[in-house]
Design a protein around this ligand. Structure first.
Ligand SMILES: [Zn+2]
Length: 371
């Protein structure tokens, strides 16, 4: 290589490094508190909502252009207040074009239901299309959460909503489609799940699986899908399962989801966990409290951009959680926005990624092969 060519190569490297640095700086400075002005958000924004109580659950609001989508309404009946107050800031016409109920556990469907003192999500909004789980093992009657969810869903259908199961969407039967155009260049795709058609002893495996495709940017939502379901998903799609900008941590960051096989396929850049970090709601075992050490080990090789909605104020024994447990915001309401391929993260609480928090330092280990 001639001297002049070496110098120009060095100059090019400096320019590339400088551009990389400026781009990195820009992404960092976009980490800020949410603006009240919704116009500040990008073409696609995905909001992970705190649920107004101490129980882990999911509720995710998505705005794609002018289309409004809600995935799940956990964690209890009273979460309807937190969810509708949050979503009302963004839904200007009172209509949710799409509602997805991933599976029949209460931490995903309770707040769809109206109670004597509170309007549920399905009653509060005019709903376009409801997509829910084809199967459940739950046998509860009219007064159970599943019974009340079905009644609320059927009432929405009476008022004009269209209802499909994820199986109808995936198989494109009864007028359903597996892809829904949300905005220019943004579509929602209902994915394969082995357990749409086969029995699982674990309710979580019945979860509706969905991907948002924004050009080459992909965003994966698998509800509480467990290990068996994830492996079947990876096998079914093979190499066509794309790398993802965002992965909603399966099953609240449990040890039995976010398997190495799925992570190796999607190589997520951002991962959001809907849970109360370090809560004893389900177990006294620190390492399997959400988000679990196994989850960290599986995700860390691909990204350090892990965000968590809420956290336990203090450690209390499991059998005292319902009476004495308290939660506060961790990252709080988390908004991932993508505009012109620039990803930004805005948190109502702390902006730090999980591994930089005191909770993480005291309770988890970042693996040596982590980013
Ligand atoms: Zn759940």
């Amino acid at each position: 290589m001639k001297a002049g060519k070496i110098i120009s190569t060095i100059l090019l490297a400096i320019v590339v490094a400088a551009v990389g640095f400026v781009a990195g700086f820009f992404i960092n400075v976009t980490l800020s508190k949410p603006e009240s002005d919704t116009l500040a958000l990008g073409d696609l924004s995905i909001h992970f909502i705190e649920l107004g109580n101490k129980y882990t659950g999911d509720s995710i609001y998505i705005k794609a252009g002018e289309t409004d989508i809600l995935i799940d309404a956990g964690s209890r009946y009273d979460s309807a207040t937190a969810i509708t107050q949050y979503v009302d800031q963004y839904v200007t016409d009172g209509k949710l074009e799409y509602v997805i109920a991933t599976h029949a556990d209460q931490d995903h469907i309770s707040a769809f239901v109206s109670t004597a003192s509170r309007e549920g999500v399905l009653e509060h909004y005019d709903v376009g299309t409801i997509i829910d789980f084809p199967r459940t093992n739950k046998t509860g009657g009219d007064a159970s959460v599943i019974g009340r969810y079905r009644a609320a869903r059927d009432a929405a259908v009476e008022r004009g909503a269209v209802h499909y199961t994820a199986l109808q969407c995936f198989e494109k039967t009864d007028g359903a489609s597996n892809t829904f155009q949300l905005a220019d260049n943004i579509e929602m795709e209902i994915l394969y799940n082995k357990y749409y058609t086969s029995y699982s002893s674990d309710e979580n495996n019945y979860s509706v699986c969905m991907m948002i495709n924004q050009g080459d940017n992909h965003f994966l939502f698998t509800g509480d899908l467990e290990e068996d379901g994830e492996k079947a998903l990876v096998e079914y799609y093979g190499d066509s399962l794309p790398e993802c900008v965002l992965y909603k941590a399966g099953h609240h960051g449990s040890a039995t989801s976010s398997t190495p096989e799925l992570m190796a396929a999607i190589k997520p850049q951002y991962v959001v966990v809907c849970c109360c970090c370090g809560s004893s709601e389900y177990t006294d075992n620190n390492l399997t409290q959400f988000p679990t050490q196994d989850f960290i080990n599986n995700v860390a090789p691909y990204t350090e951009n892990i965000y968590v909605t809420s956290m336990a104020v203090a450690s209390v024994p499991k059998d005292e959680w319902s009476s004495n447990g308290q939660v506060k915001s961790m990252n709080g309401n988390i908004v991932i926005s993508v505009s012109r391929s620039v990803v930004s993260v805005q948190c109502s609480g702390d902006n730090r990624v999980l591994k930089d928090t005191e909770w993480f330092v005291q309770n988890r280990t970042w693996p040596s092969n982590g980013k």
